[in-house]
Ligand binder design. Structure first.
Ligand code: NCD
Length: 360
């Protein structure tokens, strides 16, 4: 099947029907994984993890192995030529010529797109800094489809580090594209959801509210999505310590929650959910992590079956303009084109790698 696109950098590059197709296939695989055991015989997947990972990396690897394929890659760039100063461009060029599909995680926003620019095979974004995490979102959608039997009409509370949490950014983009979802963002004023995500929610016609405490809203939620305070993305230890331990979900708070509310968390958990909540039947975060294998099997199959085009940059290259985001890959790998979208207004630009806005 011919698709317009080739890589998975951001789910928004595909129509909702495509995500649903992947999630439905994930559910089909979950019900009968054996049927798919040889679908990727002879195929190779490369995983390039420049940032720590347990679930995303291992679930991708398990997914490929369960499909009959093989894996190569690194999870410690210090053991690769990256330690000698190799660029994303060169590493990607070479590794993508060894593999049929490449999965990349990196601490800088926009790196998956940067990798896709030179890759010879499809690239999957396994997390680019504090920006996006589309395969966690596919995992989350499969979890909702199985555990809540719907992807729409839900009141979803998202709690914790909403400014730095890439999982909640991708999930908001996806769920706001479904019908009648309402978001409640629970965070301190410093960790609120970024403006560009709130704008996408508004444009998609969904609604949201922002509150400071979990207690004031927990009883209204169908889904509570907890997140870790992203220590590694704070400018200083002091800033992190000021936010640490602000939100802790425990059995007492759970007493006020609906009987059928589900708790999700992309994991790893630090201390935002006490361990005694794990026994509550509403706690779905471990099941969610397991669904990640099935949906990644579905994603690998879909991407390998479809041989799409790959028009990655649609905006205008302005090499005399720099992105204002210090954690954007274009400020670290200087050969990359400085490509920006503009929405009619030529003074407001949006970086095509990290989505940061810039006023000229
Ligand atoms: C998340 C991530 O890496 O963004 N974890 C994951 O992929 N399951 C969440 C986190 O690190 O807090």
């Amino acid at each position: 099947m011919q698709s317009e696109y080739r890589h998975l950098i951001d789910l928004s590059d595909y129509p909702v029907s495509w995500w649903k197709k992947v999630v439905d296939l994930g559910e089909e695989i979950r019900n009968d994984p054996e049927r798919f055991a040889h679908e990727c015989d002879g195929k190779v997947m490369a995983t390039l993890f420049y940032e720590p990972s347990t679930r995303t990396q291992m679930s991708f690897q398990t997914a490929m192995i369960r499909l009959g394929g093989k894996i190569i890659g690194f999870d410690n760039p210090a053991n690769s030529s990256v330690a000698k100063g190799e660029t994303i461009k060169d590493t990607t060029k070479i590794v993508s010529s060894y593999a049929d599909i490449l999965v990349i995680r990196h601490p800088m926003a926009g790196t998956a797109k940067a990798a896709a620019l030179t890759a010879e095979c499809p690239v999957i974004n396994a997390g680019d800094g504090g920006h996006l995490h589309p395969t966690q979102t596919l995992t989350d959608l499969l979890t909702l489809q199985i555990e809540k039997k719907t992807l729409s009409g839900l009141t979803i509370g998202m709690c914790g580090d909403l400014i730095n949490g890439r999982t909640v950014h991708s999930l908001c983009k996806a769920l706001s594209a479904m019908k009648n979802n309402h978001f409640i963002f629970i965070s301190t004023p410093e960790l609120r959801m970024p403006g560009y995500i709130k704008d996408i929610i508004r444009t998609n016609g969904s609604s949201f509210e922002e509150v400071d405490t979990l207690e004031e809203v927990i009883g209204r939620l169908d889904v509570l999505y907890m997140t870790r305070i992203q220590q590694e993305r704070f400018a200083s230890e002091e800033d992190y310590l000021a936010q640490k331990n602000t939100y802790v979900l425990d059995r007492i708070k759970m007493q006020a929650a609906k009987k059928d509310m589900i708790i999700m968390h992309p994991l790893p958990r630090v201390d935002e959910i006490t361990v005694d909540v794990d026994d509550d039947p509403r706690a779905k975060y471990f099941t969610q992590a397991k669904y990640g294998v099935y949906v990644r099997m579905a994603l690998i199959l879909t991407i390998l079956r479809e041989d799409g085009g790959s028009e990655l940059l649609k905006g205008k290259v302005r090499n005399n303009v720099c992105c204002d985001n210090p954690r954007c890959i274009t400020n670290h790998e200087h050969y990359l084109p400085k490509s920006f979208r503009s929405s009619g207004d030529e003074t407001l630009l949006e970086c095509e790698f990290c989505d940061e806005r810039k006023l000229l």
